[in-house]
Ligand binder design. Structure first.
Ligand code: NAD
Length: 435
């Protein structure tokens, strides 16, 4: 007999106690956020149990022949959180500290993100525990193809559709697509999104998360009668998401006062020349030694005075340790899980609103959905159509979040999760429990 979980913040601890395999700070954090919304929705303990624990997971060991002849085992994961809403969808991450519980948290957030944006998917997440910066392209290809073949039984165009995340991109998605298609005996474009456009990828998918965050921010600022042009923004992370967000903000007249990556941060209160920083980082692999700006300690970026702080690197960046020192007027979360629940409270007390990750980071999966539809239909939309549909979808999700948060008198994260959890809970109730 399973212990009942009370639908209150303390419920998160109960979930991780009962399901030790997911036990990580990140999973506890995802559960804690969920229970705040569950409380508002008055979900009963059975519903909470169904919606917190992932439905399915795969853990594999990938034996890989390295370039020097050695054989090394890499751990690979795929967690499918909810199978109620349709196929599952979520990225593949290559990172040295990847663990099952981390994938479970990220998969849960994908469920809420898809539900909030009205996409017919449950959430998934996975990847390989490895450091791609220390591997050759050939080694990464062998890891990706072996992982793709191990994933074979659990992924598919109507089952689970991977996409890029940290440490992966179009190149890895092309190998995954090819490996899956080789074994099917024919091309299966809808098995993966974020493919290169030459292979049926949607033009604009690479830019979608960064651009979606900018659309959401633009709409949120409009509500405050505050134009995006002239806003002083600082962006943590200059990879796929952060560099695109920087370029799009710069193109709209915002002032990028600081950007960072894993190797360092640069700042210029007068505003960085983002095209020049992009060129520098493309050539040198990092923004760190860009000569036309002041180099600052990497994590100091989070505490610089600015209008909008955009975490676009990784989880657990704004915490109880630094939240009181933030000097921004708003946080827009392009990364997944950058703010801990304790930091949420500190920022709420300080009157600093947070555009939450399930909203501001939802552009990538939205355009992935467009790509998946196009892969199924073999019909390709124009780049402008993709961009306009993304803009409309981000704005309408934001409007729902604002209406719910205002109506309930809760912060934007709780409002977003209430909208998302309500949709999934309703579907789970209608499908009922099998057998
Ligand atoms: P990426 O690997 O392309 O880039 C990550 C960037 O963060 C790099 O510039 C890296 O140097 C930097 N970084 C890492 N640690 C840092 C630190 N401590 N301080 C400052 N910078 C640091 O990854 P990405 O695809 O841009 O993903 C970034 C975030 O966005 C992740 O949380 C990811 O889950 C989320 N996300 C990505 C997508 C997508 O489509 N790629 C979609 C939704 C959400």
């Amino acid at each position: 007999m399973r212990a009942a979980v009370a639908a209150r913040p303390g419920g998160a601890a109960a979930v991780s106690e009962r399901a030790p395999e997911w036990h990580t700070d990140l999973y506890r954090m995802a559960c804690d956020q969920f229970f705040r919304a569950a409380d508002r929705l008055d979900l009963d303990p059975d519903e909470c149990t169904r919606l917190t624990e992932p439905r399915r997971s795969l853990v594999v060991n990938l034996p890989i022949r390295m370039d020097d002849g050695a054989l090394v085992n890499f751990a690979g994961y795929r967690v499918q959180h909810i199978l109620t809403m349709g196929p599952t969808k979520g990225g593949l991450r290559y990172a040295p500290d990847l663990a099952l519980g981390q994938c479970a948290a990220l998969a849960m957030w994908m469920t809420w993100k898809c539900a909030l944006l009205g996409l017919p998917f449950g959430g998934a997440k996975g990847g390989v525990r490895c450091d791609p910066s220390r591997l050759s392209a050939e080694e990464i290809e062998r890891i990706t193809r072996r992982f793709a073949s191990e994933l074979g039984p659990v992924i598919g165009p109507d089952q689970d559709i991977p996409a890029p995340d940290m440490g992966t991109g179009e190149r890895e998605m092309a190998w995954l697509y090819d490996t899956y298609s080789q074994s099917a005996g024919h091309a299966v474009p809808a098995v993966v999104t974020g493919k290169p456009p030459a292979l049926g990828g949607t033009p604009g998918r690479r830019d979608a998360t960064g651009l979606g965050a900018v659309f959401a921010l633009e709409a949120a600022l409009e509500r405050r009668r505050s134009p995006l042009a002239g806003q002083r923004c600082a962006i943590q992370g200059f990879g796929n998401v952060g560099s695109v967000a920087a370029a799009e903000l710069h193109a709209r007249g915002a002032k990028l006062v600081a950007v960072s990556d894993v190797d360092g941060a640069i700042a210029d209160p007068a505003g960085l020349d983002i095209p020049a920083v992009l060129a520098w980082s493309g050539e040198h692999g990092s923004v760190a030694e860009y000569p036309e700006a002041e180099a600052i300690p990497r994590d100091a970026l989070l505490e610089l005075p600015c209008d909008v702080l955009i975490p676009a690197a990784m989880e657990h960046q704004i915490t109880a340790d630094n939240a009181a020192r933030l000097r921004c007027r708003m946080v827009a979360e392009a990364a997944n899980g950058p703010t801990t629940p304790a930091a949420d409270e500190i920022l709420a007390d300080r009157g600093i609103p947070i555009l939450p990750d399930v909203l501001a980071g939802g552009g990538g999966v939205t355009v992935s959905y467009f790509e998946w539809v196009q892969g199924h239909q073999r019909y390709i939309w124009s780049p402008s159509e993709v961009q306009e549909r993304l803009r409309v979808q981000m704005r309408s999700a934001l409007a729902e979040v604002l209406a719910t948060s205002d109506g309930l008198g809760v912060d934007l994260r709780t409002g977003a999760l209430v909208v998302a959890v309500r949709r999934v809970a309703e579907a789970a109730k209608l499908r009922a429990v099998y057998p």
